[in-house]
Design a binder for this molecule. Structure first.
Ligand code: DAH
Length: 343
């Protein structure tokens, strides 16, 4: 027993004089003293050779030794993590970090954000509305009563459980929802996804995106509408872009127009994209029909307003030189990764 006590005292002195300066030193210490075949375990094994009447005393000494050895280990380990020299596998903080792949925004989001930011500079704020809509907000309130032939302009997906519900065919439903709130003047831009029962091809899809614009106040005129849209196309396509308005028909506007810009691909000379006309149609617009204002509780004798609606896919196809609309919804990372640096 005396021999064992002497051994323990020697080990304590050894530990006290040790210099543990690196993770490797610390690991070597752990294996030598605390490992499964280490000194502490060995000393525990000596217990069986100690006379019965000394077992208690020796057990106490052994325990103290164990705690001492373990305590030292914890102390060194802690001081090393503070120094940046960790125990276990060492970490070199001077090495460059792992390169994380940079994600990209979807081209539709890029185009949407660009459109929004232009109108925001004119004081429009963003409003959104539901994609599952009722007949009133998608059609009736927009001056398209039941059986109105203009409803056939848009092939609608109806919800089976309730024929009054449908997937909105345009973002014009947001106009109605915002007007109903009754806070005038109203100057909003409304982006969103819309659905139509159309055959999927390179040029058309059963869902796509639109941005709706709306401005209602006293004395709003068609001149305000034109100026707003001129500003938009010049910001979007540059100062040289040409614009033309063609008379058109929408049940919710009177008068109505469609706006074309000079073809961005051929510069107006005529190509396959503009079908040799030199012009590209980009939006529908007009002065809000008095019936629509009345349907939303707004006095058409006091207030007037303009509205416009444009697709997002078409300008995105043009801007990024994409030739198939289906690519937008296929989630092919080889396609999406190309927009990492795009704005
Ligand atoms: N809702 C129309 C469509 O989906 C687009 C549109 C045309 C919106 C004229 C308007 C508008 O607000 O004034 O084809």
């Amino acid at each position: 027993m005396d021999f064992l006590l002497k051994q323990i005292a020697d080990y304590k002195t050894e530990i006290d004089t040790l210099e543990v300066a690196s993770a490797d030193n610390l690991e070597a210490y752990r294996i030598r003293f605390l490992g499964t075949k280490g000194i502490v375990k060995n000393m525990m094994g000596e217990m069986k050779n100690v006379p019965v009447d000394k077992k208690k005393e020796f057990g106490q000494i052994l325990n103290d030794f164990k705690q001492f050895a373990e305590g030292k280990y914890e102390l060194w380990k802690e001081s090393m993590s503070g120094n940046g020299v960790a125990a276990g596998p060492s970490i070199d903080l001077t090495l460059p970090g792992d390169q994380l792949p940079i994600g990209s925004r979807h081209p539709i989001s890029l185009m949407k954000n660009q459109i929004i930011s232009i109108y925001q500079r004119l004081g429009f704020s963003v409003a959104e509305g539901p994609e599952i809509e009722d007949d009133f907000h998608n059609f009736t309130a927009l001056n398209l009563p039941e059986h109105h032939p203009a409803r056939d302009m848009q092939d609608t997906f109806y919800i089976q459980q309730n024929p009054d519900w449908l997937l909105r065919t345009h973002t014009s439903n947001i106009q109605i929802r915002e007007m109903e709130k009754g806070q005038l003047p109203l100057r909003i831009i409304c982006p969103g996804r819309v659905y139509r029962n159309e055959t999927i091809s390179a040029r058309s899809h059963c869902f796509f995106h639109q941005v709706e614009g709306l401005y209602i106040d006293e004395n709003v005129s068609f001149a305000d509408l034109k100026q707003t849209l001129y500003y938009f196309v010049q910001e979007m396509y540059g100062k040289d872009v040409k614009v033309r308005f063609r008379p058109s028909y929408f049940p919710f506007t009177e008068p109505s127009a469609e706006m074309d810009i000079s073809c961005q691909i051929c510069g107006g000379k005529g190509c396959s994209i503009c079908k040799k006309t030199g012009w590209l149609e980009i939006l529908g617009c007009g002065m809000i029909h008095p019936n629509v204002l009345t349907n939303c509780g707004i006095d058409p004798d006091k207030y007037t307003g303009f509205a416009f609606g444009m697709g997002i896919e078409r300008p995105a196809l043009l801007k990024y030189g994409i030739n198939d609309i289906r690519l937008f919804s296929e989630n092919d990372v080889r396609f999406l990764r190309q927009f990492v640096a795009a704005t």
